[in-house]
Design a protein around this ligand. Structure first.
Ligand code: FAD
Length: 573
């Protein structure tokens, strides 16, 4: 089939919030920006389903106090310069949203609502109004703001590889996932805003698959922070958005003895008002000790807050109404919750402006490495806006000042043939690889109380699947070809997670090793980075540039918890 060819100044892969912010800003510098997304043109990624809660440093708040607290929260492992940029730019982007017509919540005196996060003294988020419609409204505002900009947006295009001319990117290849027609895109610069990748979990995250891993590694970029995942707490039977708001207001996790076990046993200071990773570790220990199931108790949320936290619109309202029809009252019944690995928190290692060491290749949003497994609510919406805006500016300027590189059609054809040759072939279905990948991630000693034994076992199985099952995959039509690329990418994402988790032989921030439950104080703080070497993942420990950071780590959030070592060690067997 003849490839359909597009030419643009700036190609953006992924039309989520980060991609939309970047396009808006890049278009102020160049004549043409093209966003392509594997999903429908206007769906805008996960952001459209989000609560729209946004970390925002308001005028009267002190950036240095916030940074100090963020470094504490991350147990020292924080890209301080990127975090400073994110915090500093949060208010301008917040006001941009308002100028686009978006509404954030205010209290009865007209002040912006601020909800403190994870038991911290300073860092807080501001919610969107009305509850349940934040993401929907943000999406509409962003799309409206692109009207009149030199931005083209195209849906249903799955990008499978980035093309290069020497060390410079020249565009990308992919295919229409409805018709299977090949697509070649020649560009002066390419921005990856595909998100980081995940395991098609609940919580409306089933679109999350390989994200940036395969694209970035093959293009020659470095990955960072892949030992960190988003372990989320969810009701066992349905999705519920809003834990980051409910916990600070008094929501608690309790065991079958009606104990708030976090306060009782593991952190008298913070109780349940902490990061999901810590609550989940507590849940695991409780269940193992026979004190499960764990339920979420909202009885202590003050009555005057109930209106604010009851979904008033969007998918959450629909969910709530359906639950009521089934006789389930989220705020009164004892509803069982469970942990699950949702998404990776790794991303592409970039400079502050989003550029990578591959000339012309940039990354932003959740495809860019920032969090380290612990996560305060609202950071993602904030970072997508700040990094999207900043990187959009940088890539626009870059593309405005360079010529279009040679686009090698033979190279493009070869890269795409790898996928297209599977079309119409019977073989192992993508869903089978997805299921195996989820099974690899699920055991406690792989995703929560990690151990060398658990991680090695999963890695060994992964290698078998990689060598035996991947080559036998087939796709009956273009839709399943898209799913096949996702499934292969999920396997790579899982490999990155397992290898990086093995490499970090300590516990810190969102990474907990049952066989190394303490921080490693003997070596300098390091990132685990992954690059491609002869087709394999090569892992490197890269020291943090602490000399250039304003805060020298001196206190650690993890020290507020005591998970009994003898109980933890039981996970080694
Ligand atoms: C239910 C829910 C509630 C949330 N609530 C909040 C909240 O209140 N506050 C907050 O801060 N965060 C929240 N989040 C998280 C936040 O919404 C996301 O992390 C953020 O929107 C991610 O944006 P992104 O642009 O980086 O990536 P995404 O939204 O994942 O966008 C990536 C896009 O790239 C496309 N893509 C991927 N791979 C390819 C490919 N190979 N080719 C072409 N296209 C590709 C995808 O289809 C997608 O559209 C929530 C998330 C969910 C699911």
């Amino acid at each position: 089939m003849q490839a359909i060819t597009f030419k643009t100044d700036v190609l953006i892969i992924g039309g989520g919030f980060a991609g939309l912010w970047a396009a808006r800003q890049a278009s102020t510098h160049v004549k043409d920006v093209l966003i392509v997304d594997k999903g429908p043109r206007d769906w805008a990624g996960l952001g459209g389903m989000s609560g729209g809660d946004m970390i925002t440093l308001h005028e009267d708040q002190d950036i240095h106090e916030w940074l100090d607290e963020v470094v504490f929260f991350n147990d020292g492992l924080c890209d301080q310069l990127m975090m400073l940029d994110t915090l500093r730019d949060s208010l301008p982007r917040f006001h941009d949203y308002e100028a686009m017509g978006h509404t954030f919540s205010r209290d009865s005196r007209g002040r912006y609502v601020r909800i403190p996060q994870r038991g911290l003294a300073h860092v807080s988020l501001t919610t969107s109004s009305p509850t349940g419609k934040g993401g929907i409204n943000m999406r509409a505002a962003l799309l409206r703001s692109l009207e009149g900009c030199s931005v083209r947006r195209m849906g249903n295009i799955m990008i499978t590889a980035i093309t290069r001319n020497g060390n410079r990117v020249s565009g990308a290849v992919g295919f229409f996932n409805r018709s299977g027609e090949p697509v070649f895109i020649s560009a002066k610069a390419v921005l990856i805003t595909t998100g980081t990748g995940g395991w098609k979990a609940s919580y409306l995250q089933n679109s999350m698959a390989s994200g940036c891993v395969e694209l970035a590694l093959e293009a020659g970029a470095r990955l960072r922070n892949f030992e960190f995942i988003d372990n989320w707490n969810v009701p066992k039977l349905f999705a519920w958005e809003g834990q980051t708001v409910l916990l600070p207001l008094g929501g608690r996790f309790i065991n079958n003895r009606n104990e708030e076990f976090m306060a009782e046993r593991y952190s008298p200071v913070l109780g349940s008002k902490t990061d999901t990773q810590y609550n989940i570790r507590g849940m695991v220990l409780e269940v193992k000790a026979g004190r499960g199931p764990i339920v979420f108790d909202t009885s202590r949320i003050p009555a005057e807050c109930m209106e604010e936290v009851t979904p008033a619109a969007g998918w959450m309202k629909l969910n709530n109404e359906k639950l009521k029809k089934l006789g389930v009252d989220f705020f009164k019944d004892k509803i069982e919750w469970m942990p699950q690995p949702i998404a990776s928190e790794g991303g592409i290692a970039t400079e502050l402006d989003g550029s990578t060491e591959v000339e012309g290749l940039f990354a932003a949003g959740t495809a860019q490495s920032l969090p380290t497994g612990v996560y305060f609510g609202g950071l993602s919406i904030c970072h997508c806006a700040t990094s999207g805006h900043k990187t959009g500016d940088a890539i626009g300027r870059y593309a405005a000042n360079c010529e279009t590189p040679f686009f090698d059609k033979e190279q493009a054809q070869m890269l795409l043939q790898r996928e297209l040759c599977r079309l119409g072939r019977t073989g192992i279905a993508p869903k089978d690889i997805v299921r195996v990948t989820q099974e690899l991630m699920a055991p406690v000693d792989v995703c929560i109380m990690k151990s060398a034994g658990g991680l090695q076992r999963a890695l060994q199985r992964l290698e078998e699947v990689k060598h035996e099952a991947l080559p036998r995959m087939g796709a009956e039509d273009p839709h399943y070809l898209c799913k096949m690329v996702e499934a292969r990418g999920m396997l790579m994402l899982t490999e990155a997670y397992l290898r990086a988790s093995l490499e970090r032989t300590e516990s810190r921030a969102g990474h907990f090793r049952a066989d190394y439950p303490q921080r490693d104080e003997t070596s300098p703080l390091y990132w685990v980075e992954i690059r491609r070497n002869h087709g394999e993942m090569e892992l490197v420990r890269v020291p943090l540039p602490l000399d250039s950071y304003p805060v020298k780590p001196y206190r650690y959030y993890m020290d507020q918890f005591t998970f009994p070592i003898e109980e933890v060690r039981k996970f080694l067997h």
